[in-house]
Design a protein around this ligand. Structure first.
Ligand SMILES: CC(C)(COP(=O)(O)OP(=O)(O)OC[C@H]1O[C@@H](n2cnc3c(N)ncnc32)[C@H](O)[C@@H]1OP(=O)(O)O)[C@@H](O)C(=O)NCCC(=O)NCCS
Length: 178
């Protein structure tokens, strides 16, 4: 198991980030169901279980004050130049503590061999878009009507060879690309 105490850009003393274990799947499924109750693209138990050995996937959980607070899953599917951020969830009672950002940082760490991270986010999901903008993602594509309700998905990319993860370090043109 890989454990990471929260250190770095924003230290959160009560936070532990670690690779998921089978015993976490119930909490993960519950978090997914309460956050996205009607999403037909939600992952099922077997998919999370398959992600735990971690060759094609990285599934990390956040434990805050000994309680499950959220998770992130990144996939490295074959024949793609990018890794995909499939899901990032922080439970509402733990929101705005910096946990989402720390989970994202952890998910990015082993991506050096495939240094592009791609994700889809619903165009009105302002909380998530705020987080992704702050961590250096660029909005390069839009997929019209991607969701069941007809809403568009923004397709965001983060290029890991850029050292500018803070918007303050990015050029003005990058900042306004999304
Ligand atoms: C998006 C999400 C993961 C953020 O988690 P979090 O732990 O609250 O995020 P952080 O505390 O690390 O916040 C990072 C940034 O996200 C944005 N953000 C987070 N919560 C926000 C809120 N309630 N309103 C506006 N912006 C918000 C802000 O830009 C924030 O930076 P700031 O605190 O410096 O202003 C969480 O809200 C979530 O799980 N949402 C539902 C699931 C989801 O939409 N996942 C993304 C799918 S693509």
């Amino acid at each position: 198991m890989q454990i990471s105490k929260s250190v770095g850009a924003k230290d959160i003393p009560s936070l532990v980030l670690r690779t998921a274990e089978l015993g976490d799947i119930e909490d993960i499924l519950h978090a997914q169901l309460t956050t996205f109750p009607d999403d037909p693209k939600n992952l099922v138990e077997e998919e999370f279980a398959k992600a735990i050995p971690g060759r094609e996937h990285r599934l990390m959980v956040a434990i805050y004050e000994s309680k499950f607070a959220g998770y992130v899953i990144v996939s490295n599917r074959p024949y793609r130049p990018w890794s995909s951020l499939d899901n990032l969830i922080v439970l509402p009672e733990f929101s705005r503590k910096g946990i989402g950002r720390r989970l994202l940082d952890e998910a990015l760490k082993p991506l050096q061999r495939r240094p592009i991270l791609r994700l889809f986010v619903e165009k009105n999901n302002h909380r998530a878009i705020g987080l992704y903008r702050k961590t250096g993602f660029l909005h390069l594509q839009t997929r019209k009507g991607n969701y069941e309700n007809g809403d568009d998905a923004l397709i965001l990319y983060k290029f890991l060879w850029s050292t500018a993860s803070d918007p303050a370090e990015q050029s003005s043109s990058e900042r306004h690309a999304a």
